[in-house]
Every structure is written in C-alpha cells, then in structure tokens.
Design a protein around this ligand. Structure first.
Ligand SMILES: *Cc1c(COP(=O)(O)O)cnc(C)c1O
Length: 370
C-alpha cells in the first residue's frame, strides 16, 4: 500500500516558508557550466590574497591531530581573542562562522510568539534565522540604503526580543556613526538583545565609526559579532565569534554544538591573529582597490553607494540580472542582490588590482554608458 508523503506538511511552520540562502556563484560551477577557464569571483567579500603562510603552516600542523575531537571550549583561541580584544574569554562565544553566532542568538532568544527587528537591505541571514525559529521578522524601511535608527526603535514591539544591525551593512556598505549608534542603543529596551554584526570591522577606516566592544559595558543586552572570514582570509574554515556579557555568552553556549569550530579552524584563527602584517596589507590593498573601483565606476557612469567594507554596490540603472549574466559569460562573477530588495544593483568585492581592472573592463563592455 502506498501512502502519500508530503514532507513540507511535516516541517515546522517557520521552515516551510523559507527560501535557502543563495551564496555567490563558485568559480568551479561557472566554469563547469560555460566550459571556460580563468574566471574571477568578486562575489562573496572574500579576501582576494588567499591565506598567509603562517596560517597554512598552522593548518598543516593541526591536520596531524585530525583523528581527535577538537577542544570544544577552544581554550587557546578564546584566550588569544580575549587578549587581542581586551575582553574576558568568558565573554566570547565561538561560531562556525559568525553566521552560526546569529543562529545561536535566534536559537536562544527567538521562537513562536516572538519577533526580531532589522533594517531593509540588511544581511539576509537575519530573516532566515528568525523565521526558522517560528518567530516573526519585522523589516524596517531604510533611508538612502542606510538603517534608520528612529524607525528601528519605533518598530520594536512588546514581543520583540532581538534587533539585528550590521555595521557596516552588507550588501550596502552603509554605516551608523558613533553618536547615532549610541543614541539608538540608549533607546532600545534592555529586554531586547541587540546583535551588532561587525563582519567588516577590521576594514573600516573612518573616524566616526563606532567600536561595538566599547559599548558592551553600558549595554548588557549587546552581542557584537565578528568573523575570520573577511579580512583574515579564512572563509572556507568557518570561524566567527560573538562578544557579549558573560551571562548572554552562557546562554549562547547552551545551544552551541559542542564542537562547532573544528581544530584546523581554531589553529588557523590563532595564527591569523598573530599575523598582523597580513591584516595591515589586506587593509592597504582594499583602500587602493576601493579607489580604483570607485574611479572606474564613476567613469562608466555607474553610481556607487559609499561603502566602509571590502565591497561596493552600484546602481546599473536598469534590472541588474541580465548584466550579471553577461558578466558571467565574460568570466566575471559579481553578486546580484535582488533578494535584498535591490534589483537594479550589483555588489562587487574589491579584489586584487588586476581582478578589479578586469571586472571594470567587462562592465564597460556589458553596460558602458548605462
Ligand atoms: C560575511 C558576513 C558575515 C559572516 O560570515 P561568516 O563567514 O559566517 O563569518 C556576517 N555578517 C555579515 C553582514 C556578513 O557580510
């Protein structure tokens, strides 16, 4: 006897309506599909330099211990991070990427009958993590692609338990200044956990940009999330972390998988913190590349949104999807962001100088004079 089987009907309500996260297109996938070689990917805000030699050596050394479970408490990495950041190791929650930290917050603080607030055009993992827990996601209109602090505060309801805010934001690159963020935090009730997502913190060079860690003392409801995926060049290894009050960290640790950060990733992250020259050079390369790309976009008449990250989002002046697809045929992978409510924009990650040049030349061919 065959019984009908409807998997979707069995899923919890929050999961039923989800659309999976759409990552940037991998180079191998593009080249497999089009039968081409030598493509470049400027689509996922990765560090274009590849990992440094000290990190590679640390990974090799750690590989010899691969038959053992990793240190679930990640003693060395948390101690090293604590020293680096000037916080207690007990304030740090490690994640399998900072994505995992966002999930841990949702797991601990969201559920049916609760809601989370975030800006429009913000990182798409916020609605995903919220809805997966059966909570409601409240999207707040932005102003000039920037989170609107007054509107965020006004959107907080009695059932709101989390506010997500990326600073700078991805995919727009926009940010809130120190006084604006401080005033926002002062107006958020303490019963609301504020996740301040600082994935691009180490790239920022702006005097008015706030350091979330300095705000922790005054705001026990704050979780600052950072990552090794961006400037530290470890996106494949999946290491990120949250810094919070020890009480919040304790809650996040209760829902954390015991071995969520593997041993190779832990060793690589320690080595990455020790390699300050790599970070300095990555920042320098990004500043130069940002100037190069901004000037190139200007020449093409493509309006860019000012960005503090290692990426820039520009207006194609018409639907961006066909432009994205034409660029793929040129072997250049950028990121379409229609699902972020920006169907006419593309996001470009700052790459090596030659990669930036190649992307600009392809853009000139595909949409010059747009
Ligand atoms: C890239 C990014 C992250 C983190 O990614 P992980 O690789 O999971 O650490 C988090 N937030 C934003 C806004 C990002 O752009």
């Amino acid at each position: 006897m065959s019984e009908s089987f409807d998997a979707a009907a069995l899923a919890v309500a929050g999961v039923r309506g989800l659309k999976p996260y759409q990552p940037g297109k991998p180079i191998e996938e593009l080249e497999r599909e089009l039968g081409i070689r030598g493509s470049i990917k400027l689509a996922s805000n990765e560090n274009p330099r590849g990992p440094g030699p000290a990190v590679l050596a640390a990974i090799s050394a750690a590989a010899a211990g691969a038959s053992r479970y990793p240190d679930g408490g990640a003693f060395r990495l948390r101690a090293r991070l604590g020293a680096e950041l000037g916080v207690d190791a007990g304030q740090i929650t490690l994640g399998n990427g900072s994505n995992d930290v966002l999930e841990l917050v949702a797991h601990a603080f969201l559920g049916p009958g609760r809601s989370a607030v975030a800006s429009a055009h913000a990182f798409i993992v916020y609605p995903l993590a919220t809805r997966a827990r059966g909570a409601e996601f409240i999207e707040v209109p932005a102003r000039q692609w920037t989170a609107d602090p007054d509107a965020l505060v006004a959107a907080i309801r009695a059932d709101t338990s989390v506010l997500f805010l990326a600073n700078p934001n991805n995919p727009t690159g926009t940010w809130l200044t120190t006084p604006v963020l401080e005033s926002l935090l002062a107006r958020v009730p303490r019963r609301v956990i504020v996740v301040l997502d600082e994935a691009y913190f180490e790239y920022v060079d702006a005097a008015d940009y706030p350091d979330g860690l300095r705000l922790l003392a005054a705001h026990p409801n704050l979780v600052v999330a950072r990552t090794f995926s961006k400037i530290h060049g470890l996106a494949a290894l999946r290491v990120g972390y949250g810094v919070s009050s020890p009480a919040v960290a304790d809650l996040l640790n209760r829902v954390r998988q015991p071995f969520n950060v593997n041993a190779l990733a832990q060793a690589a992250a320690v080595a990455a913190l020790d390699d300050r020259a790599y970070v300095v050079e990555s920042r320098r390369l990004n500043v130069a590349g940002m100037q190069q790309v901004r000037a190139g976009l200007d020449r093409l008449g493509l309006a860019a949104i000012p960005s503090l990250g290692n990426f820039v989002t520009f207006d194609c002046g018409r639907p961006a999807r066909p432009i994205y697809e034409a660029l793929l045929r040129e072997g250049v992978i950028l990121r379409p962001i229609a699902e972020y409510g920006m169907p006419n924009h593309l996001r470009l990650t700052i790459g090596l100088e030659a990669e930036n040049e190649r992307a600009l030349a392809a853009l000139a061919r595909v949409c010059g004079g747009a």
